[in-house]
Write a protein that binds this ligand. Structure first.
Ligand SMILES: Cc1cc2nc3c(=O)[nH]c(=O)nc-3n(C[C@H](O)[C@H](O)[C@H](O)COP(=O)(O)OP(=O)(O)OC[C@H]3O[C@@H](n4cnc5c(N)ncnc54)[C@H](O)[C@@H]3O)c2cc1C
Length: 429
């Protein structure tokens, strides 16, 4: 009989690992505590609009692990390429092209002529690994001796790719690894037609078509162990046994599930780390407001707006427009609960670039504290391993785990690596 694997958590990491193992012939059960699959990649329908959490932007598409799932599993991904010509920076007194191509680098006003050449050289150094950062130095310090314009541009880029208000605290090696991958991609950013929902539905279908079972509304509260092996996990009323377990739930859930075992401490460190939180304010309009932008980043307010409906027409009723604004929060702002102020700053950016939006508003979705990434990659915060030596048959995946890239790429890449290890090594009981 085939090996049985139980996957806990039905977000992108849980779904992709469950679908891959089912397709490879494993007997798979996926347990999710909420009534809907998707976790943070959830789509909420409201008055004819489909509000996704996030712009479902995949960074570094060519090298994205989602492409491996696409080709191996036959997952359908409707890639919508980002239009660099419509991406701008709002610098307060002027708006200027984001330097996302050579032609845009030539036209942008955020760098003078000398720094444009220097920036192009920095890209080449990053691509050829001449520039790799230094293990013990944060990127803000590492770039200290660069001309101010170059330092500022690098940190502005990192702010929008890492969704962070404190880009200077990113470790410099991580920074250069990330940009090497991004600069090497032919399509550095792509959106997904049909939003996250299309990926969630696609993975769930692959899982079920290959005999996998999905159990919703099943919160796992504790694990049972025999030595270093998990033997069973407990839901509300049921107990699930398996040969191996993949836990795709954040560290705080793991601390609670492993409470009665000698292994709880393994997860405590990761539970203490800060997450990356933002304010999200999406608006659904009954008509489109013509604008030269599909992406605009307001530097001072640290707000970016994406015209999601430009890329994904399935998210609005006919003729409508769906705009998404995200505002980054730093730890002090989170502590002082500055959500309300962020909302008025987002509205002022909407007013500036989409005048008349208030009269066309049909639906909106507001989240004052959305967790973009469970562990923020700053300073000494470390991502959690996908396996521990002291736990034999348990694996871990999610955007709090070690992997490639940032955001959902961490969920997909950790899920891929976990399934790779299961496939490569037969279970040793
Ligand atoms: C506003 C916003 C914008 C974003 N934009 C982007 C973007 O543009 N591009 C990008 O790549 N990423 C983006 N992201 C990040 C992306 O959404 C996440 O990285 C990804 O969805 C995380 O998936 P996951 O499976 O790792 O974790 P989660 O989605 O957190 O999944 C964990 C799952 O486990 C379930 N669970 C928890 N506890 C239990 C339990 N005890 N028992 C059973 N089930 C349990 C939860 O209900 C959940 O379904 C964004 C996120 C946000 C919030």
């Amino acid at each position: 009989m085939s090996e049985k694997v139980v996957v806990v958590g039905g977000g992108l990491a849980g779904l992709s690992s469950a679908a891959r193992l089912a397709k490879k012939g494993y007997q798979v059960q996926l347990l999710e505590k909420t009534p809907k699959l998707g976790g943070r990649a959830i789509t909420i329908p409201l008055k004819g609009f489909n509000f996704n959490f996030g712009a479902h932007a995949i960074y570094g598409r060519d090298q994205s692990v989602l492409r491996k799932f696409e080709s191996e599993l036959g997952l359908k991904v409707d890639w919508k390429h980002f239009s660099p010509k419509k991406a701008f920076y709002d610098m307060g007194s002027f708006t200027t092209p984001m330097p996302s191509t050579l032609e845009r680098l030539y036209r942008t006003k955020i760098l003078d002529a000398e720094n444009k050449v220097r920036f192009a050289y920095e890209i080449i150094k990053t691509l050829t690994s001449l520039e790799r950062g230094q293990e013990d130095i944060l990127i803000g310090d590492y770039l200290q001796d660069e001309p101010e314009q170059i330092r500022d541009l690098f940190l502005t880029l990192a702010s929008s790719n890492f969704f962070s208000n404190e880009p200077e605290k990113i470790p410099s090696p991580l920074f250069f690894r990330y940009y090497k991958r991004l600069f090497a991609a032919q399509n550095p950013v792509a959106y997904i037609g049909g939003g996250w929902q299309s990926i969630v539905d696609g993975l769930a279908k692959i899982l079920e078509d290959h005999g996998g079972e999905i159990v919703n509304k099943e919160k796992i509260s504790k694990v049972e162990m025999d030595g270093r092996r998990v033997t069973a996990i407990h839901g509300k009323e049921s107990v699930y046994t398996a040969d191996r377990f993949i836990f795709c739930v954040p560290p705080k859930e793991l601390v609670s599930m492993f409470e009665e075992t000698p292994y709880q401490h393994l997860f405590e460190e990761y539970n203490r780390y800060r997450s990356n939180q933002v304010v999200v304010y999406d608006i659904g309009l009954k008509e489109r407001i013509t604008s030269p932008y599909t992406y605009i980043y307001h530097k001072e307010e640290r707000v970016f707006i994406t015209d999601i409906s430009h890329y994904d027409q399935t998210c609005t009723p006919e003729g409508g427009q769906l705009l998404q604004a995200i505002s980054y929060m730093n730890p002090e702002e989170m502590e002082q609960d500055k959500g309300k102020e962020k909302i008025s700053s987002i509205e002022s950016v909407y007013d500036k670039h989409y005048p008349g939006w208030r009269d066309l508003l049909v639906a909106k979705r507001l989240s004052k504290r959305a967790t973009v990434q469970e562990i923020k990659c700053v300073e000494d915060q470390r991502l959690m391993p996908i396996q521990f030596y002291s736990l034999n048959n348990s694996y871990f995946a999610g955007d709090w785990c070690q992997g490639e890239g940032q955001l959902s790429e961490l969920s997909f890449s950790s899920a891929y690596e976990v399934t790779q290890r299961i496939l490569a090594h037969p279970d040793r009981k």
